[in-house]
Design a protein around this ligand. Structure first.
Ligand SMILES: [Ca+2]
Length: 337
């Protein structure tokens, strides 16, 4: 190859490259603009991310502060929450004493019935004998007020603790603020000394119960309405022992835990059967600790009420076609602070 040709080729190459270079200049500058736009967007997003992160951390702090305040309020509320207590839960004031706090009575609608109660030396003895097999009957010790103006004896106590509790007409509980579990307990010490069937009547059943009936009004219902056809009360029948005897074999069976609404033949009020214990041995002390938070939650869930008002209690033994003697050593409620 001669020198002229080489020079010509070099010139041709330089001219070609120059043309190519000058042709792509606008594209390169557009790309440069794009890059600087993206860089600015990245910087904006980074700033926004930092701002969001700061806000998030602030919200997290706020939430944690609110949560602390909420827990403080909850603790304060728990300190202020009221509970019910019984006067003379240990049965220290007996018959004949001016200080007696429980009123005894027996109920039944037939003539072939006997029943009695007695309180002395720290023990409350309750007895009934129902020998028609056709009508329920029982013996009760009442404290507080029965529905329908059926009677009242003294008042239960209300307080945040037993020590500061004072007599009141009722103590209110709300469905929306449930009591923590294990805080509010019903404690009972009881012995059954006699218990058997008597006769199987037209229902073919012989049953005996020992328990504590907790009586409540609810929502806007008038607890004192004398009209027995109106539904104004909830009886939460906390049964410590239910025995039923078989019609043909006469053997006894002990009903285990259950929570049901049971219709009553005597009024239109709501009767809950809440069986929470068993007494299988005669002449032996049995102690029960029943969580009243669980009982109150069960009342709300079975009855669908929003508020309930505790008016009083009946310590009792009752049945049909049977007799029972039960001795209560104490019936008390306690609050764990
Ligand atoms: Ca006692």
């Amino acid at each position: 190859m001669n020198e002229k040709l080489v020079a010509l080729l070099i010139i041709a190459f330089l001219v070609g490259a120059g043309i190519g270079y000058s042709a792509s200049l606008p594209q390169i500058s557009a790309l440069q603009l794009d890059v600087s736009g993206l860089e600015s967007e990245i910087s904006t997003l980074t700033n926004e991310y930092d701002d969001l992160n700061t806000t998030y951390n602030q919200l997290k702090d706020d939430y944690s502060n609110l949560n602390n305040s909420y827990n403080d309020l909850l603790r304060a509320y728990e300190q202020l929450r009221s509970f019910f207590f019984f006067q003379d839960p240990e049965f220290l004031y007996g018959l004949g004493s001016d200080e007696i706090k429980w009123e005894g009575s027996s109920w039944n609608f037939s003539s072939r019935f006997t029943g009695d109660s007695n309180i002395q030396e720290g023990l409350a003895t309750l007895f009934y004998n129902e020998s028609t097999g056709d009508e329920w009957g029982g013996t009760v010790l009442v404290q507080g007020k029965l529905p329908h103006k059926w009677g009242k004896h003294l008042q239960p106590l209300e307080g945040t603790t037993k020590a500061n509790a004072k007599p009141v007409e009722y103590v209110m509980f709300e469905n929306k603020s449930p009591i923590p579990e294990g805080k509010f307990l019903l404690k009972v010490k009881v012995m059954v000394t006699e218990r058997s069937y008597t006769v199987f009547g037209s229902y073919g059943e012989a049953v005996s119960n020992v328990g504590v009936d907790l009586m409540f009004g609810f929502d806007n219902a008038n607890y004192n309405d004398p009209d027995v056809l109106k539904q104004v009360a909830i009886h939460a029948d906390v049964i410590l022992s239910r025995v039923a005897w078989d019609n043909s074999t006469k053997t006894e069976s002990h009903t285990s835990d259950q929570s049901v609404i049971s219709p009553s033949p005597y009024d239109n009020d709501t009767h809950l059967t809440l069986i929470r214990g068993q007494i299988t041995q005669l002449d032996t002390w049995h102690t029960f600790e029943i969580d009243l938070a669980e009982i109150i939650n069960t009342i709300f869930s079975l009855t669908k009420k929003e508020t309930i008002r505790f008016y009083g209690a009946q310590v009792y033994t009752d049945g049909i076609g049977s007799y029972t003697t039960a001795i209560f050593n104490y019936v008390e409620t306690t609050v764990d602070q």
